[in-house]
Design a protein around this ligand. Structure first.
Ligand code: NSS
Length: 430
């Protein structure tokens, strides 16, 4: 291991100090008898100056460096208000690990090209910032879940049944039969609450979703919680507390990264409980009053949700959806059998749904009836139905799409930028 200083840690206060840096050439320009290199590492960037006077050989080598060459540099820190970070390193030693003639990503690269070379694109400070924010959001979720008494569990990814509808299942050959890739850990989390009461998991979820929208991936990271003894209103409180903690913690720990993507932090700062709550009925009224063609009973798509988000300056809930547009496992509203005890959380600024949650149907007969109504076979859900036979309890849960949360926090134009190697119908490589 190299005993190196990270680029971002080179500060004006270190004037006169000797440092060793290791990283990649981000920018290079020559002025007179000097070569200015902007060096990049995981922490950020720093300016490094090679001058003919200080070390002629190093200066000559530096002149030859191409973008993304890997190097180890030694030199002395000098405070310089003109340098991007207020300090630069005057280099007297250069070890070239690999010189690069030509790096394929140039300034005018199209989004499609950047995705074609995503394995190289990942090193850009912009992508690194997105991944840091994503990691911090997950770290924050873990902190909150731990202090609130939730157990992390590790559900299967290879499964035998649909959770969110058969049409988006990925089917694969499993020896002499078929299996599917999990769409959601929910049903397994429901089984786990009988031993652990409050459980969560973070897993990849898969959806053979053909719709090409800015909020759909075929593989996404799914943060799911499930709790015994909680009704819909209880789980909504959990949702807003968790999301609020994640967002506020990201603002605290990743402020500069977030500000690189959005100048206005209002909606993030506003993400503190209680989030506004409107019923599906109210949502339909709002949409109709704004000229959107939608009738009671119809599902809201991305377009309708976008219009709805104009009404809010923070994340908000829509609850009480019609039964027939929602999944089979949701509990019927005892006060209105046309509806289910479900709530989605929508992010503002046009982003829309980031969480889908509900109270679960805990009655055996009602659940069988719902499975039949959906045209599914109760035999495929025997184990799941068993949970309603042996000490069934009221319980609720939800799933948060991590990339959708990141996309809103950083105001990204597509969820694909919020994941290392995005998978969409047309993209499986790299
Ligand atoms: O389909 S969901 O609305 N709900 C479920 O899967 C429940 N079974 C979760 C649960 O209660 N444990 O998906 C939940 C969230 C949704 O709000 C989105 O934020 C995200 O998962 N999601 C997606 N993100 C990216 N791409 C796709 N295709 C996608 N589908 C859902």
């Amino acid at each position: 291991m190299i005993d190196k200083v990270y680029c971002a840690d080179v500060k004006p206060e270190m004037e006169g100090k000797r440092v060793k840096l290791a990283g990649w050439v981000y920018r290079k320009r020559e002025v007179g008898k000097k070569v200015f290199i902007v060096l990049r590492d995981s922490s950020g960037i720093v300016q490094v100056v090679f001058s003919k006077e200080l070390n002629e050989e190093a200066y000559r080598e530096a002149k030859k460096l191409g973008i993304e060459s890997s190097v180890i540099i030694e030199g002395t820190v000098k405070a310089d208000p003109r340098a991007p970070t207020g300090a630069e390193v005057q280099a007297d030693k250069l070890q070239v690990i690999q010189n690069v003639d030509f790096f394929p990503i140039t300034k005018d690269a199209s989004p499609e090209f950047l995705l074609d070379v995503r394995h190289l694109h990942l090193r850009s400070p912009k992508v690194a910032s997105i991944m840091k924010v994503k990691a911090t959001l997950v770290q924050a979720a873990r902190e909150w879940l731990l202090q609130d008494g939730w157990y992390e569990v590790f559900p299967p990814i290879l499964v035998t049944g649909a959770v969110e509808g058969g049409s988006t299942l990925f089917k694969l050959k499993y020896f002499d039969r078929y299996a599917y890739l999990s769409q959601s850990a929910q049903l397994y989390l429901e089984a786990a609450i009988f031993g652990l009461e409050k459980v969560w998991s973070l897993t990849p979820s898969f959806r053979a979703e053909k719709s090409r929208t800015r909020r759909h991936l075929t593989e996404f990271w799914h943060l799911e919680l499930e709790a015994a003894w909680m009704d819909l209103w209880d789980i909504m409180k959990v949702e807003e507390e968790l999301v609020s903690y994640m967002v506020q913690r990201a603002l605290e720990l990743r402020r500069s990264e977030i500000e690189n993507f959005r100048k206005d932090l209002t909606t993030l700062k506003n993400a503190v409980p209680p989030f506004p709550r409107i019923s599906y009925d109210e949502a339909i009224d709002i949409l109709q009053s704004k000229g959107v063609e939608i009738e009671w009973g119809e599902d809201m798509g991305a377009d309708e949700e976008r219009v709805l988000t104009e009404e809010f300056e923070s994340p908000f809930f829509v609850y009480g959806y019609p039964k027939h547009i929602k999944a089979f496992y949701m509990k019927e509203d005892p006060e209105d059998p046309r509806k289910v005890l479900a709530a989605d959380m929508l992010a503002p600024e046009g982003y829309g749904e980031i969480i889908g949650g509900s109270q679960r149907e805990d009655d055996y007969d009602k659940l069988v009836q719902r499975i039949l109504e959906e045209g599914m076979n109760p035999e495929d859900y025997q184990w799941y139905l068993d949970l309603r036979k042996y000490g069934s309890v009221p319980h609720s849960g939800f799933g948060l799409g991590l990339e959708r949360l990141v996309a809103w926090v950083l105001k990204l134009d597509h969820v694909r930028w919020a994941t290392l190697f995005p998978r969409t119908p047309s993209r499986l490589y790299p």
